[in-house]
Write a protein that binds this ligand. Sequence first.
Ligand SMILES: Nc1ncnc2c1ncn2[C@@H]1O[C@H](COP(=O)(O)OP(=O)(O)O)[C@@H](O)[C@H]1O
Ligand SMILES: [Mg+2]
Length: 239
Amino acid sequence: MTNPTDFLLYADAVAKRYPDGDVRALNGVTLGVRPGEYVAITGPSGCGKSTLLNVLGALDVPDAGAVYFKGEPLATRRDLDTFRARQIGFVFQSFFLMPTLTARENVQVPMFEGPLTARAERVKKATDLLELVGMGHRASHRPKQLSVGERQRVALARALANDPPLLLADEPTGNLDSANAAKVLDLFAQLQKARGLALIVVTHSDEVAALADRVIRMRDGQIVSDCAPATTTARTVSG
Ligand SMILES: Nc1ncnc2c1ncn2[C@@H]1O[C@H](COP(=O)(O)OP(=O)(O)O)[C@@H](O)[C@H]1O
Ligand SMILES: [Mg+2]
């Protein structure tokens, strides 16, 4: 029998309805993600991908079902803001960087909910993370002085501010050209390997999905398939 404690993140029969327009966005989604796993979520626009990511990341609460992190139900946590800041990194299609802050300052924002108390430590950590994503030379720039691809790399550094074991990304390459998208995806792959980071990436891109360990396809608020990327099947068919 499946047990939530076997997983880093476990969603059990999660349902979510938006009263506005009476939309049933999630209709009984069950899914477990293990530490270090790379999961892609695909499906047509409006099928509930973003809603699922928000519920998994404790940005939104389900109407029914439950989400567990390391076997503990999110619904009973009272420290949700701190929990989120420390355990989950978020990367969105639009990066939501603070326009008045430099790249180095933006990366430090989540650290105020994290374990680093000394300012010097936070600055060093932010500097190191910007180096990691290849943005060390732009640390003092503000978002509007950066290209779109560079902004997404800063947002990725920010998502890693507190070394979370889980990264949630909602169409993270949706606003990027193919060269910048490839850079961001390379970083994801490196992070997954080097840090044992679990990644859940919502994507329209078959190339992104092909890099994942698992591809989950959704339709009308439900999971319709959950398996290894299609490339193996394609090879089997043609070979
Ligand atoms: N805040 C909201 N209020 C009402 N309906 C919403 C809201 N957010 C999303 N929806 C609806 O819920 C469904 C799922 O949306 P979403 O999770 O954003 O899908 P996806 O990310 O797959 O495009 C869609 O039909 C969408 O129109
Ligand atoms: Mg969406």
